[in-house]
Design a binder for this molecule. Structure first.
Ligand code: HEC
Ligand code: HEC
Length: 173
């Protein structure tokens, strides 16, 4: 029985492969692919975006893209919301259980989004990726003009919509 279900899974997987691949390419423009494991048991590997993430995690700042921290970073953040960057962002266990799986399943790779040497594992703005993509690109003078590097919308005019496309970057002057 298990074997048969597995075989059906493989066939479905092969049929769906084309559309799944093109979807993940548009969703991941920086080449960091999420591997969708089709075990043929109909289990969803990608959790839907929970409403609580938008209401609770976009209250003080925008909802940072899940992809830009590894799962280990999100677990640390969600496990320590009482002391969240100098503020109290506590949530009850049920709400955490709603948000964390979504972040984990949409997280980036542990290697690419690892903390830069000596930096915090809790900050997107201190990952190796961010350092390379941002600090190597823009002069220190530019960073003095933004309140915080974590204020993504200071340069990414469409960050609130989750769009970080280069076409919508406007460096403050
Ligand atoms: C009460 C306000 C508040 C709430 C609610 C809140 N945060 Fe934050 N968060 C902050 C502050 C303040 C910072 C530091 C911002 C800075 O350095 O400019 C921060 C920073 C962060 C950073 C690091 C940004 C960087 O430097 O890369 C992440 C990631 C983050 N928050 C995730 C979350 C998540 C996930 C939630 C929901 C569970 C959440 N936050 C809810 C206030 C909040
Ligand atoms: C001071 C301006 C500035 C701030 C603040 C900033 N960015 Fe950027 N970001 C840039 C620039 C400029 C680039 C393009 C670098 C290049 O030319 O490759 C970029 C590139 C990116 C890219 C890649 C876009 C692509 O199409 O390749 C992402 C994703 C991104 N930023 C996310 C963020 C996030 C998330 C934050 C906040 C935590 C943030 N940025 C804060 C200026 C900024």
């Amino acid at each position: 029985m298990m074997l048969r279900i597995k075989a059906i899974g493989w066939v479905l997987g092969a049929l769906l492969l084309g559309s799944v691949t093109s979807l993940s390419v548009t969703a991941d423009d920086d080449g960091d692919k999420h591997h969708k494991k089709d075990k043929g048991d109909g289990k969803q590997t990608s959790a839907a975006m929970p409403p609580a993430w938008k209401t609770e995690c976009a209250e003080c700042h925008l909802a940072y893209p899940a992809k830009l921290l590894p799962a280990s970073g999100w677990r640390e953040i969600m496990g320590n919301l009482g002391q969240h960057f100098g503020t109290d962002a506590s949530l009850d266990a049920a709400t955490i259980a709603e948000i964390l799986p979504f972040l984990e399943q949409n997280a980036g790779s542990e290697r690419k989004y690892a903390a830069a040497a000596g930096k915090s594992a809790l900050r997107i703005t201190e990952t190796r990726w961010f350092v390379h993509e941002h600090y190597d690109e823009l002069s220190p003078a530019v960073w003095k003009r933004v309140s915080s590097p974590a204020n993504c919308a200071a340069c990414h005019t469409t960050a609130e919509q989750g769009n970080y496309d280069e076409d919508f970057i406007k460096i403050p002057r």
